[in-house]
Design a protein around this ligand. Sequence first.
Ligand code: PLP
Length: 397
Amino acid sequence: MARVEYSFQTKLLHNQHKVDPTTGAVSVPIQHASTFHQSDFDQFGKYDYGRSLNPTREALEDVIAELEDGLKGFAFSSGMAAISTAFLLLSAGDHIVITEDVYGGTFRLVTQVLPRLGIDHTFVDMTDLAEVKQAIQPNTKAIYMETPSNPLMKVTDIRAICELAKEIDAITYLDNTFLTPALQKPLALGVDVVLHSATKFLSGHSDVVAGLAVVKDEELAKRLGFLQNGFGAILGVQDAWLVLRGIKTLHVRLEQSQKSALKLAEFLDAHPLVEKVYYPGLVSHPQYQIQKDQAGGPGAVLSFELADEDALRTFLANVNIPVFAVSLGAVESILSYPAKMSHAAMPQAEREKRGIKNSLIRLSVGLENADDLIKDFSQALEFVCEKQLVLQQGELQ
Ligand SMILES: *Cc1c(COP(=O)(O)O)cnc(C)c1O
């Protein structure tokens, strides 16, 4: 009988870990054991020690591999643990070409840790293919993408970068945290290693810190598996279970949040006090078409600028619904301030060079009613307007 290929939405629930084969349980059992009895002196079983392999973590690794159309998934104790371990595929003397508005933690790792290990880097605007080409050196062994980027939502042409990487025999990494496989399948576009902060949309409830990596090549899977076990930054079983539970509702959450994000982006774009909106779902976004061609949607994260830091302070002091916090991709809407949060590790001069102004705020849209969010933002922006008028009157006097 031919195997029916189900849609992504169905696969979130109807996958190889839908029921536990030993009990029929419809939720993956949490296996706490750190070690496993071996009944044969010469031949050990599949599981021997929890760092190397654990059935609960393995379930999550299987599920993410299936959802990303990959061969093998790996679960780590955080997104940064996944990214750090994946960088260990490189060696001293290697060079990385990396997108300039990369996640702040990745920036810190690449600029402050990898150079000590002899791994060098060049930051580029990944939307500019000529610049990427120019940054390639004889020892370039990897190209690192994050798209849409954080926090400026620049979109990289994934296929074009992968082609370039193949020509020089470099591996490609892609941080798929913002879109997840629900909206973007990097492996199918030619990427070698997909990375996730599963802390965000995949788990979705602001209650777990986790990271994932997925590869499609068998040799690469062996190397990354070796590093996961060797470096040891594995995900604990309770957290693996929480990510598995979060994944079941990924489709509905992301679909709803994305719909609201577009509504909010359009509202902000039309608002006189908003200087600029960064969202690949707006037709005016410079890579609108590339995003449409390579992904199922623009996602649920956007950034926008007000006139200055002072206006931003007033806005934040008066907005009620979103939480003001680090992180994104949750059921509740989250406003974050890149300059002091996700990109605090980046010196101000570096931030400004990249266009991450002190008047920029990032919004991750949750599951609240979009009209309520718009109402809330409207009233908070009215305070900004009033304050501006008071200041102007002060200047006139
Ligand atoms: C949060 C985040 C990370 C880091 O993940 P942690 O789980 O916090 O370690 C990496 N990349 C992106 C895009 C992120 O948003």
